[in-house]
Write a protein that binds this ligand. Structure first.
Ligand SMILES: [Zn+2]
Length: 231
């Protein structure tokens, strides 16, 4: 039996309750109109469920490329696409800033910044500098396999999804994919591109993916071994 986690409670007018994890804390958005006695029991059930989810999560590999910088290191080479590396140099400064010069991110960090804000900022910087390379990769795969119309590829850190695709041909990829094995990244790109033809997860959609990438199920399984940082 996993121990129960600390939680934060918000009462809503929703019909159903929702529980999510923020780090080690369970955030419960409780359905409205519940008698107090039932509420207590309900919270307990949700906490038990989330303890199981978290135990499962902890067995996964955390994608956390900036940990050494967050722990106080001032220089870091982050591996990015195609065996390239992106260097970060961190110095104290009056305000938070990042400047890309000669392929290196020069980061200024104020003393009073929270880890959360700084972490978010680092993910934003790497998203900016690697977007072009990612867009090119998506275009190459599209050209050689699918031949759809894509308008643009966005790259940003997302807490809960690996990618998305809009009917207007905009593909959004999670920056965290930069740090996964290439066969997994390719699977996500194939997946999102296939949505340009089938904007759903119908059998037609999965058939589109399977024709282009026969071993996609194996890659999906590999993807499940990783988890995203929560901040
Ligand atoms: Zn999908």
């Amino acid at each position: 039996m996993s121990p129960l986690l600390p939680y934060r409670l918000a009462r809503t007018r929703n019909r159903t309750s929702r529980a999510t994890l923020e780090g080690d804390t369970v955030v419960i958005r409780l359905a409205g109109g519940m008698p107090a006695a039932q509420e207590h029991r309900h919270i307990e059930i949700l906490l038990k469920r989330m303890a199981k989810v978290q135990a499962r999560n902890q067995k996964k590999i955390l994608i956390d490329p900036f940990r050494v910088i967050l722990s106080g290191e001032t220089i870091l080479d982050v591996p990015v696409l195609d065996t390239a590396k992106r260097r970060f140099l961190v110095a104290w400064g009056n305000s938070l800033s990042g400047r890309l010069r000669g392929g290196i991110w020069f980061v200024k960090k104020p003393t009073d910044i929270s880890e959360k804000t700084f972490h978010r900022f680092l993910w934003r910087l790497i998203s900016i500098s690697e977007r072009g390379a990612m867009e090119q990769k998506v275009r190459e795969i599209n050209r050689s396999i699918f031949g759809f119309d894509i308008s643009k590829t966005g790259l940003r850190f997302m807490k809960v999804r690996w990618g998305s695709c809009s009917p207007k041909g905009i593909i959004n990829l999670n920056t965290a994919l930069l740090f996964l094995p290439e066969e997994i990244l390719d699977y996500i790109i194939f997946h999102e591109l296939s949505h340009l033809k089938h904007p759903n997860h119908s059998p037609y959609f999965w058939n589109e993916v399977a024709v282009a990438m026969p071993d996609f199920r194996e890659r999906m399984k590999q993807l499940k071994k990783y988890r995203l940082p929560q901040f």
